[in-house]
Design a protein around this ligand. Structure first.
Ligand code: KG4
Ligand code: ZN
Length: 336
């Protein structure tokens, strides 16, 4: 079964075709750059860009795959969570394709898509596993019991991990988005230069909180002054990153230990973080736990993950009708 996937939930426009659940024939991703000068995503600009980029990207994707719309068996589109204007562009485009071609349509939860990015990346990966979705908008720890059966163990109470990276980057004058810049600079820095707070919350909690860490960096930078910050930038970045990574790694390991699961899966933009991968692999090896994470193109928002999740749901006989809408707040609900 070949599925066309469409993803427009935030500031990436993506169109993909999968053949089977795990084989991405094409996965084109356009990342908007217009937000850089504003230091964060401007929703109005994001949706206008989606409108401009989606039609040519769709044509390009079919061209690259040497396929026609009539060669598809279904159309899967992200229906939420995300920015409502951006989501609406993808949902309406998918509805129009479905109406004109007669192909079945299916709305997919963006977070479910992030989990499925790992099935595309790792051909032999099977549930059950512990999944950590860490991106600019989400920090969610899940017990994936089966392909479409999840239990949310915990999530962030305030900022997402990627959001903390982006805010700290802005504060340090490193631009937006900040994850990769901080990751790269940290490689030259000392992670023990300054001990920033780690919010483990109450004992054995699977919940996260990153806004206190962000405030601690703000206060530290204010106290030390611009000259000190400039001179010690890699050390400050590495120390901030270590605080984020310590919390993420310890909670994932705790979940794997408590639920007796020997497989951990990372997803979302922050899953590209080199220190997170390094530390998680180091801790896991000792406990004989497998760690999976996708390559960067499948970490970031992409349509292959949406098409892959769609494939699984189409196989189960599911489909949406034309009342399908965009849902900015859409909880991930585990079911079969
Ligand atoms: O999944 P994604 O592309 O979009 C959202 O759904 O948010 O994630 C983007 C986020 C941004 O906050 C960005 O700063 C962060 O992922 N990010 C990273 C790295 N690469 C991207 N964070 C830490 N280390 C990285 N290497
Ligand atoms: Zn995402």
């Amino acid at each position: 079964m070949r599925i066309l996937g469409i993803e427009t939930s935030c500031d990436e426009t993506s169109v993909a075709v999968v053949d089977g659940m795990r084989d991405a024939l094409v996965n084109l991703v356009y990342s908007q750059v217009d937000h850089t000068r504003f230091g964060g995503i401007v929703p109005e600009i994001a949706s206008r860009q989606q409108l401009k980029k989606l039609p040519p990207l769709y044509i390009q994707a079919l061209h690259d795959a040497s396929l026609k719309l009539s060669d598809m068996d279904g159309i899967a589109v992200t229906m939420g969570p995300g920015l409502v204007g951006s989501l609406l562009v993808g949902v309406n485009f998918a509805k129009a394709l479905s109406y004109s071609s007669g192909l079945p349509l299916l709305g997919i939860n963006h977070l479910e898509g992030h989990i499925f990015s790992n099935y595309v990346a790792s051909p032999r990966l099977e549930p059950p596993f512990i999944a950590l979705i860490v991106s600019g908008g989400h920090t969610v720890l899940l017990h994936v019991r089966n392909y479409l059966d999840y239990k949310i163990l915990g999530q962030t109470r305030d900022d997402a991990a990627g959001e903390a990276y982006d805010k700290v980057s802005k504060l340090l004058g490193l631009g937006y988005p900040g994850g990769k810049v901080i990751d790269d600079l940290s490689k030259k820095g000392n992670p023990n230069f300054h001990k920033f707070p780690r919010a483990f919350l109450k004992d054995k909690s699977y919940e996260f909180s990153f806004s206190g860490l962000k405030t601690a960096v703000v206060l530290y930078v204010k106290e030390k002054g611009p000259e000190f910050v400039e001179e010690n930038l890699p050390d400050i970045c590495a120390s901030f990153q270590e605080a984020v990574v310590d919390v993420l790694v310890s909670k994932v390991m705790l979940a794997a230990y408590n639920l007796k699961i020997s497989k951990i899966v990372l997803a979302g933009g922050v899953a590209a973080n080199s220190r997170l991968r390094e530390k998680l692999i180091f801790k896991s090896e000792k406990k004989k736990i497998e760690v999976h994470y996708p390559p960067p193109i499948l970490c970031t928002d992409n349509a292959a993950m949406i098409a892959s999740a769609g494939h699984r749901r189409f196989e189960k006989g599911q489909k949406s009708d034309f009342s399908l809408n965009a849902y900015p707040y859409l909880p991930l609900s585990g079911s079969n």
